[in-house]
Design a protein around this ligand. Structure first.
Ligand code: ADP
Length: 512
């Protein structure tokens, strides 16, 4: 196995289901690579363990090679071999686990949405720990993410620590409390967890379906550090539902464990998202060369067959998974509102929900040759960069939003966000017209009530400034492009959490 690189910092291992750009579905993938890179830059040894999906973007892995070892891991009463691959992604060492299991767990042509996701990812969680254990690694921090790897904390403390594999503190980050992996209790046994021991109200029993277990709850209970991805969302999930936000049944658990629970706003990968060097763009640009941004707008209009008659007609972008969380009815409304206000609209989005995908296909067909509206209902990384660069405004009308990355990417590309004040949007988008906010941090247009009227109000204010006061608009764009959305300060906060937790562990081992 690759020998641990020399490092005077901590040894941190992320275990995750996604990592951009090789295996990305949404923000989780961006966070795993962005945070890891930033921690590596701070002098830590950071490694990542991922499933070896057939559908990964293999071209983006350098030096991919199979290790001369098979890691055997337990599942359903048997031992299964796992082939281990190692490669470099975005400058980071990544281990890929390829199970030799008849279920062909990561050979499905997609990342999630399989009938046996619970099995696939509980298998992966166990195999990842087994890899660390068998290779003799002694990480300081094991950082797992979302329900897919939420099995790691209970497995670590209940199964591995008694084997002497106990050097690490466990950090769990929940990127979205909507997805908790709740399943029948009996399924937990497959990965070697003790159902009888864990199916209890203070451990993994789901707070509403008592006959089921909840992996995210288990991770909250069993981890040393629990984080979520923005301070406002950390508050929201500790309350019962407001609109549809809230802890999705976990608010009491989170309150009980509030001393180890904190919200840290995600950063963005400012190397990957940099309009001055972005190779997906026709014309690179920076805050003092906004002419090239205009040229990207013209190029995208041409590419998508939109009207170029009025160069200064505002272009509104939206890039999102089309799921109820994102306020799909408001996204639809934004299309019509944009037309009414005299703008152009480009939506890039796809939906795992059949009826939503169908609804947007109908809208897309309706606007098929329209000069001012285009809907692209697929996942397209290259096009997403072009839209961030071309758009003047960017709508994010989320019903709830743990952090949200697109508002930050948009600002870095000089597209002004129009966002609902919730979760991480509330921590990063500050209304231009809000006198209660210091002028220097105001950067977009926000609304609180998630209805058409609320969104329209914010859009109208955005269009008014754009159309009536081009100088003020340009100043706003330039100011937004200079905001520091890098991982620098957030990764420092994670580092502090890791170090505090390790110090507590050392102190308590001295006392015992
Ligand atoms: P979430 O994690 O809930 O999907 P985020 O805003 O945190 O939302 O992250 C979404 C990320 O996925 C952003 O980088 C965004 O650009 C990207 N994205 C979403 N939908 C698409 C799509 N259809 N094509 C390309 N990129 C997309």
């Amino acid at each position: 196995l690759t020998k641990s690189l020399k490092s005077s910092g901590l040894h941190i291992v992320h275990i995750a289901a996604e990592m951009a750009p090789v295996a990305k579905v949404g923000g989780l993938g961006d966070v795993v690579s962005g945070l890891s890179k930033a921690l590596q830059k701070r002098g830590h040894l950071v490694e990542i363990i991922l499933p070896k999906y057939d559908c990964m973007n293999h071209d983006l892995i350098s030096d991919l090679k199979e290790l001369d070892m098979t890691v055997h891991s337990y599942f359903d009463g048997q031992q299964f071999g796992n082939k281990i691959w190692v490669g470099i992604v975005a400058g980071l060492p990544v281990y890929f686990i390829e199970p030799h299991h008849p279920g062909k767990f990561f050979w499905r042509g997609q990342y999630y949405g399989e009938h046996d996701d619970f099995k696939r990812f509980s298998f992966f969680s166990r195999a990842a720990l087994e890899l660390l254990f068998q290779s003799g690694k002694k990480p300081d921090i094991i950082h797992c993410h979302d329900w897919q790897t939420a099995f790691v904390p209970p497995l670590y403390w209940d199964v591995y620590s008694s084997k002497g594999f106990n050097s690490a503190r466990i950090c769990f980050t929940c990127h979205n409390f909507e997805y908790q992996g709740v399943s029948p209790a009996s399924e937990l046994a497959s990965c070697g967890l003790d159902v009888h021991h864990l199916h209890r109200p203070d451990r993994m029993q789901d707070n509403s379906s008592h006959e089921r277990i909840n992996p995210v709850k288990g991770a909250v209970v069993y981890s040393n550090i629990v984080t979520t991805v923005s301070p406002t969302y950390a508050q929201e999930v500790r309350t019962a539902e407001v609109f549809v936000t809230g802890g999705r049944g976990l608010h009491e658990t989170l309150n009980f464990h509030s001393r180890k629970f904190v919200g840290i706003l995600n950063g963005i990968d400012t190397d990957a998202w940099n309009p001055a060097t972005d190779s997906f763009l026709k014309y690179q640009y920076s805050a003092d060369d906004l002419q090239a941004k205009e040229e990207n707008k013209a190029a995208l209009r041409k590419h998508l067959g939109l009207s170029s008659a009025n160069a200064s007609q505002p272009l509104v972008g939206c890039i999102t998974r089309l799921v109820p969380q994102k306020g799909v009815h408001l996204i639809r409304h934004a299309i019509y509102q944009t037309l009414e206000l005299g703008g152009q609209f480009i939506l890039l989005g796809s939906s795992p929900v059949t009826h939503i995908q169908r609804e947007f296909e109908e809208i897309s067909n309706h606007f098929q040759n329209h000069p001012h509206v285009r809907l692209i209902l697929s996942y397209d990384d290259a096009l997403s960069h072009a839209i961030f660069a071309a758009s003047d405004m960017f709508v994010i009308p989320s019903i709830f939003e743990p952090c949200g990355l697109t508002q930050m990417i948009a600002m870095r590309y000089g597209s002004v966000p129009i966002a609902r004040r919730t979760g991480g949007l509330n921590d990063s988008v500050f209304d231009v017209d809000d006198d209660a906010i210091p002028v220097q941090v105001r950067n977009g247009f926000t609304f609180l009530v998630p209805d058409e009227q609320g969104l329209s109000g914010a859009m109208k204010r955005g269009f008014k400034l754009y159309m009536r006061n081009p100088d003020a608009w340009r100043d706003l764009v330039q100011k937004n492009m200079a905001i520091d959305f890098s991982w620098d300060s957030s990764s420092a906060q994670y580092e502090q959490l890791y170090e505090n937790s390790l110090a507590r562990a050392r102190k308590s081992s001295r006392e015992n």
